[in-house]
Ligand binder design. Structure first.
Ligand code: ADP
Length: 397
């Protein structure tokens, strides 16, 4: 048994899961919020260990303070006796650019590259780098591994990752599609292959990570062929507050009309658009489904969300030249019975047959189509932390 820690340092949060590997057993997990942000009245620290939730409220001015506190809690709660029990640490890194097409052991050079890639993920990569430094100080003997959100998509062919803008923007500035959620798409694809009792390398899959952030990926022979997020996570599907694909010429037009700065316009596309923008009610799919029958804006937002997903499925169906299975995962994909139903019903003309009873579940890994459906659809809860821990373990060998 080896204790491996998965770390996900967000711009103002820190999530972790400590696991026994290769048993894949969770020892403890937790989340620290409001790092570098004023506290609210609510608890911002939550650590789950031996079935008990330990909640508290603490101010942290940076990630290092939050990490020091978390590790002190590891000892106070008896999660570990000695930090050296933790043999490996996997860090989720948002942007890996073209430098990283798989997970790697972290050394000074890797750390420098992660910091330089902040140009592509200004809120996340600096936090990721701070997390790495803070953990190496306290647990210097642990193997540290960087697991990139973009790495899985590095197999996309050039015709899929380039934008049709002057080619020199790619060579000079790295302007291309990088995608995201790679760890999640890879994990659910592996699980789908297991469910189908076939090697992943022989399958054509469309995986749908539908959370607050959302993306669809076409996977061929176990590799990402195309994905809906782009240069940044703003592209593709309609998300909680992100617009997804828009005609970029509306940007200048609206900026002029509203007198907005570049940053203000980008904030609107990232934080005030998507489900929230259309519904004018809420960014949370649950709220919109609650009033679907009575509120026209909520209904419009939900229908637009579903249509966009179906459009991407159609596109990837042709890019893949057929598909063996569709996979639903993340907050909406795992939990929303009506959204899965609406999406699959739009594919009925292809011979896709929803199994209503199987679909009426969440938190389980299951097929949700009937045995004679032309395409199988799965509900597969994602587990990015486990995928990270698996990568750490493989690299420790
Ligand atoms: P994140 O991208 O932040 O990791 P999650 O994958 O946790 O997001 O998804 C969060 C979203 O999932 C919420 O904003 C909400 O819209 C949606 N969600 C969660 N549970 C349900 C549910 N039962 N029905 C519909 N949507 C749900």
């Amino acid at each position: 048994m080896t204790k491996i820690l998965s770390v996900n340092a967000g711009s103002s949060s820190l999530k972790f899961k400590l696991m026994d590997m290769p048993e894949e057993k969770v020892i403890a997990e937790g989340m620290i919020e409001r790092i570098g942000v004023d506290l609210s009245q609510d608890d911002n620290v939550s650590i789950k260990f031996q079935g008990e939730k330990h909640k508290s409220r603490h101010a942290f001015s940076n990630h290092e303070e939050a990490i020091n506190f978390t590790l002190a809690q590891f000892k106070d709660l008896g999660i570990v006796k000695d930090f050296d029990e933790i043999k490996g640490i996997g860090h989720r890194i948002v942007a890996g650019g073209e430098w990283f097409n798989k997970s790697v052991l972290i050394d000074d050079e890797v750390l420098k590259k992660i910091e330089r890639l902040a140009a592509y993920a200004p809120l996340h990569n600096p936090a990721n780098a701070l997390g790495i430094k803070a953990f190496s100080k306290i647990i210097p003997n642990a193997v540290e591994v960087a697991v990139f959100d973009t790495a899985f998509h590095q197999t996309m062919p050039k015709e899929n990752y380039l934008y049709a803008v002057p080619y020199e923007y790619y060579t000079k500035y790295g302007v291309r599609k990088y995608g995201a959620h790679g760890t999640s798409h890879k994990y659910v694809a592996e699980q789908a292959a297991q469910m189908l009792h076939k090697p992943l390398e022989s399958l054509k899959l469309i995986t749908m990570h539908l959370g607050a952030g959302a993306s669809v990926t076409a996977i061929k022979d176990g590799k990402s062929l195309d994905t809906s997020m782009g240069f940044s996570p703003l592209a593709g599907l309609i998300m909680a507050t992100r617009s997804g694909d828009v005609d970029v010429s509306l940007v200048n037009y609206v900026k002029g009309k509203e007198g907005l700065s570049d940053q203000q316009m980008l904030d609107i596309l990232n934080h005030k658009s998507g489900l929230l923008g259309i519904s004018t009610l809420s960014s949370d799919m649950r709220d919109l489904l609650d009033v679907y029958d009575t509120n026209e804006h909520a209904r419009l937002a939900v229908n637009m969300f579903v249509n966009r997903v179906v459009n991407y499925i159609a596109q990837y169906y042709f890019e893949l030249q057929g598909v063996d299975a569709l996979v639903f995962t993340a907050g909406i994909g795992e939990n929303s019975v009506p959204i899965r139903k609406m999406i699959l019903e739009k594919l009925a003309f292809l011979g896709v047959k929803l199994d209503e009873k199987a679909n009426d579940q969440h938190g389980v890994q299951t097929a949700i189509t009937q045995p004679d459906s032309s395409i199988t659809a799965f509900l597969i809860p994602t587990n990015e932390e486990l995928e990270i821990a698996r990568d750490v373990q493989n690299l420790m060998k």
